[in-house]
Each structure stands twice: as structure tokens, then as C-alpha cells.
Design a protein around this ligand. Sequence first.
Ligand code: ADP
Length: 748
Amino acid sequence: MKRIGVLTSGGDAPGMNAAVRSVVRTALASGAEVYAIYEGYQGMVEGGNCIRPMQWGNVGGILHKGGTIIGTARCAEFRERSGRLLAARNLVHNGIDSLVVIGGDGSLTGSLIFQDEWPSLIEELVQKGDILPETAELHPNLSIAGIVGSIDNDVCDTDMTLGADTALHRIVDAVDAIADTAASHQRAFVIEVMGRKCGYLALMSGIATAADWVLIPEAPPNLDNWEDKMCEVLSQGRQIGRRDSIVIVAEGAQDLHGKPISCDHVRHVLTDRLGEDARVTILGHVQRGGSPTAFDRNLGTMSGATAVDALLAHDEDIPLSSLVAIQSNRFVLTDLRTSLEKTWAVREAVTNQDFDTAMTLRGQGYKEAFKMLRTLVRAQPHVVPADKKRYRLGVINAGAPAPGMNTAVRAAVRLAVDKGHTVIGFQNGFRGLISGDGKELKWMDVNGWAHVGGSFLGTSRHNLEGRDYYTIARTIEEFQLDGLVVVGGWSGYQAVLQLHQQRQNFPAFEIPIVCTPASIDNDLAGADFCVGSDTALNNIVDALDKIKQSAVASRRAFVVEVMGNNSGYLALMSALASGAERVYLPEEGINMQDLLADINMLVTGFKQGKKLGVILRSERANETYTTNFISSLFEEEGGDAFDVRQAILGHIQQGGNPSPFDRIQATRFASKCVAYLEEQLDRDSVVSACVGMIDGRYAFTPFEDLPRQIDRKNGRPRHQWWLGLRPVARVLAQPSPDFRILERDDRR
Ligand code: ADP
């Protein structure tokens, strides 16, 4: 029987527990044995009680916990061959020659060295009589699957590392809070965030919080007198009415010559030259701690399952050491050595002040984000050459409110005004276009919009009919709109489609219209992610954590209803992130056999000692089997085994300030939309389209192609990438490895 070891090493990162849980359960469900190596490489070197077998129940109830339950450490002995010799001996004594290493690039580098040396270490152990030759023959090689646990997002070939999203949440929450006090006192704050060689956290938190200046290691200000430039921008900001000034400094920020830029230096500059009341806040270890976000839990879970699959597959194409990476929402394996070599190359470029290479190696998205930030932080737009074409663009929110709508409008206004265009904001979605309720939005009109949930412009669901077309045409003519940006959901898309179809009757509609997908339900064709859905997902997961905590002493099952319209995205992703026992999706429906099988599963689980069960029901999973019905059925059929409570989460899911990811997406989408309209208008083209991220790339789907991508009968996109995550969710939620969850088709 295959035996896998799992360890967490180096700096801890939120989401490591999800990865450990997933490694343990996936291995056990696949018939393998799994051992935890406590305290990272230290435990491997020490052996003994530090290496222990894990059972299904050992990893229950840990998804919401920050840090790592199996401990982590930095281990100097493992850096020496003598330490690694002890580690090899301890592994072989425990019959382990496959490892899932969850750690930063240091830990993964260590694992590569260990693997390279393995055959010689084994030989030495045989010579010393520590292991028998026949035992050595059983373990000729060491296989490694690496998962990057690092809040810095500093490893190449993977879009995100475990913990980075949570760290960004911690930073953004802190900066939002500091901005409130800064604005009250008209103070400046200089905030240091982690990132010695990588500015990811500083850059992204700068975009998400609308900071006024950001300093990152890979792209120092390209002037020797950068302090003057910074002071100029900040003092201009004061003059036009900004009450707060926020400067975000990455730990490893440096100037053009590699001289570190400290927060204290920035504070002195602001105090001495501008007379600012400036304070420094070093966020420090707060950034590492706390409960992981929904994204990090799911990243950990999917990475853990992928790592075990790689180690158990007898596939010669899988390298002996592989890295589990997420690329465009897909979990893939890369060659660990190659990915680390690229990572080292970026570090080296940053250290050697080869900034062009560093930025190029970080990738196009990073470069674009930095460029966008530099425009958004400005106190005033650039001066536009007189001969540049200028357009009049309308902007509206449409459909149900989604957190991030304000962020998108702010970015669209600033980025368009920066190019010399005029932007008119219309109130209350298409109703404002119908009534002609529009007003020019200037640079400072959208100040303070980036982090606030809801919709300042107002949004509504409105089905266009008869006279509406005429009045909208009149508004377009009256305001001389050349193009329109719609930030919204399904009803907004439908309205745009209708305008598109009415072009023959109303020449005014011959303008390019571009949509930014904004819907908590993540149910729009042409986009893998809609703005607002990440916030809603985190709202749900937070609520589920609280609900679970309320039931410490009893054997209780909760039936929880979540939003989602006709899409099960929120339900499935929150089930995966909270470890829910079962999830009912509109894509699958519910039938009586399902319900009876699930009661059976719950009864078995509770009899085996389970204290708590969570069943998630997406609001439209089935019209007949309502949340109320399911709760009553479970209560009745569960008998003495458990009791049942129900919770309908409701509008709490739609509210709150947007998450960092939603803010960043909203800003990026808005930037793409403005560029798209400019390009269409410059070319005299009037193709309307919606922007989205598809398979990791920004794409515009023309409205003419949209109907083909929509499953009209069911009111959702035909392709929903996230449905592919269902098997892992199902396996991990079982009460035990030997409990066979019947596949839907078996049940029928
Ligand atoms: P992180 O994994 O978070 O980058 P470190 O760089 O501190 O953190 O590495 C964690 C541990 O991994 C180290 O304490 C050491 O035991 C091991 N390690 C790191 N680099 C090497 C190396 N080059 N050779 C051997 N072991 C290493």
C-alpha cells in the first residue's frame, strides 16, 4: 500500500489546513495511507512521534482555522546533508517515499535538494547499517508534489499561492480602517506590507484601497528625485480635497540604485516637505493570521487533491517532483525544478536591480496592473493632446446590486477622463436612461468610491418595453453619447441585447455598448468570474463558520439556503470552502432518492461520532423540495440521531464592502471596457460586447454571439467551469473513507 507523507514548512499561510485535510482525505479515499510529519522538516529530522498516521477524523473541523494544525518550523539541520540523512532514515523507517510539501519557495527548494540526494542518502544508510538493503530497494526514489504556501504570491507558473488572497483581505481591511481615521484627522499614513522581493501584496492592496502612492521592489520610481514627484501628487490631492493620504510600502521597496526605501524615510519626507501629520503603521504578522478566505480554502483543497492524485498516478509523464499550480482556474502540474528556476530568476533580477527583467518575468497582468495603478493614484488626469479624439461615454449600473459596482464605475470614470473623454453617470440603471437622469462625473466625483459596497449610481432591474426604446434613444441623442458602459448582471445584459436588436428601428442605438459582468450569482456567459461573487462567497462562508460554531454541544444538522438564482456557483463553492456534507444545486436538481440517501449519510455520520452536519441548498435547486420541506423531512427521518435547524441567509450575501478580488477585477474590467470603447470609436465600429476573463484571458464576447452561449431554458451560461470541482467536494465531505456516496446516476 502506498504511503504518503504530508508536511507544512517555512512561514505559515492561511489555507494550509485545507490542503492538509484534502491530502489526508483524498489519500485515504484512494486507498493509500497518509502520515503527517509534524513541525515541517524539523519533525522529519527528529522522527519518532513527529511522524504519525492520519485518519479521516483527524482533519475534521479545520477548514476555517488559520495557520497549520500539523505545525511548521524553520530547520537549520535540514540545510545540511547530515540533517537530511536523518530525515531520509526516518522516512524510510516509516515506509514513506512520497511527500506532499506545503511551503514557500525555500521549503520547496529544500525538497528538491533532498530528492536529488535521496539515492545517495539511502546508500549511505545501508552502509551504516541503519536500513536493510531489501528495505532500500523498496524506496529507490523520493517523489514530491509541492504546494506553494506563501502569502507573497511570489512563485512562478502558478496564478496564486496559498494564503495570498487571505493576506490581501487582512491588508485591505486594515487599510480601509486606517483610511477612515486618516480622513477624519486629515492625516497621512505610511503603511508597510509584507513582500521582500515581491510587490504583489502592495500593488494589489494599492489598487483595492485606492491608495495614493505605492512602492514595490520590482518597479522603483524611475527618478532619482522620486520624493519630489510623490510630494507633488500628494499635495495636489490635498488641494483638490482629498482628506486622507495613504502610501503603501512593500517591505522590500527600493530605489533605482537598490537602496531600501523605509516607511520612516517616507514619513520624514511627508512631514518635512509637506508639513503632513504623517504616521507609520507596520502591519506585520497580522497579514499571515486569521481564518482563510473562501478562495484560499478552495485553493488548498483542490491543490491537496491534485497533489495526491499526482503521487498515486503511475504516469511516467508526471515528473518525480511536480508543483501543483493553478492556471486560469485549472489545477495543473508543472515541473517543480523549472518553476523554481523561474522564481529564482525573478528574485535575482530584483536583487540586481534589473527591473525590466523582473517586471517582464512577473507577467503581463502584473505590468498592466502597475500601469493602471499609476493612473488611478493621480490627483488629476493627464493633459491630453489637443488633437486626440474625445468621446462622450455614459455609465450605468444595472440589475441586482453587486459589491464592486462602485469600484468599476470609479475606475471607468477616472480612466476615461484621463484619456480626455467626458463621462455621464445615469441614475438607477436603465430607468435613468429612460428618464434622462444623467450627470457628468468628474475625477473627484468618484473619490472614495473604490471600497464601498452597493451602488452610488443606483441600480434596478427593468424590462425594456415599447416606449422605453424611444425615450432611451432620445437620451442618447440629448447627451450626445458615443458609447455606453453597463456594469451589471443578467437583466442589464438582456436590456443591452434588446437595444442591440432594436438598432434597425432606432439609429441612436448604433453606438458601442460594453458590459462589465457584475452579479453575485456568477451566472453570466462570457465571464468565468463576475464582480461581486467573491464577496458574496466570503459572506456565506463567514456565516457558515458562525452557524457551525453555534452547535458545539449537540448533534445537529443545519439546512442552509444560499442565493445564486439559477446558478449553483455560490452553493458549490461555499460547500467546498466550509466542508458541507451535501450541496443541492439547480444544475442537478433534487429528488426523493437523493434526500433519502443523504438522510442515511447523516445518520451514519452522527452514529460514528459526528457532531455537526451542514446541508447547503441553492435557492432554486428544486421548486418542491424547499428548504423548509427538507428541514422537516430530515428532522422527522433523523429520529434520535440528530436534530435539524434551518437558516436562510438572505440579503446579507449581497451586502458589505467588496472583497479585494472583486475590487481588483472591477478595476481591471473597467480599464478594459474604456479601452474597448475607445478602440471601437476610433475605428468607427459599433460592436457591442461584454468583457470577461475566460480561461485566464481577458476576452470580449460580442453581443451577437452571446445568445449561443446561454442556456435560455434554465437561465444560465451553457459552460460553467466550476462544475468540474464537484467530485472533490463530494469525496471530501463523506463521513468516512469507506462510506460510498452513491453517484447521482446510481441512485436513480
Ligand atoms: P519558506 O518555505 O516559507 O520560503 P524558508 O526559506 O525559511 O521558508 O524555508 C523553510 C525551511 O526549508 C528551512 O528552514 C529549511 O529547513 C528548508 N530549506 C530552505 N531552503 C533550503 C535549502 N536550500 N536546502 C535545504 N533546505 C532548505
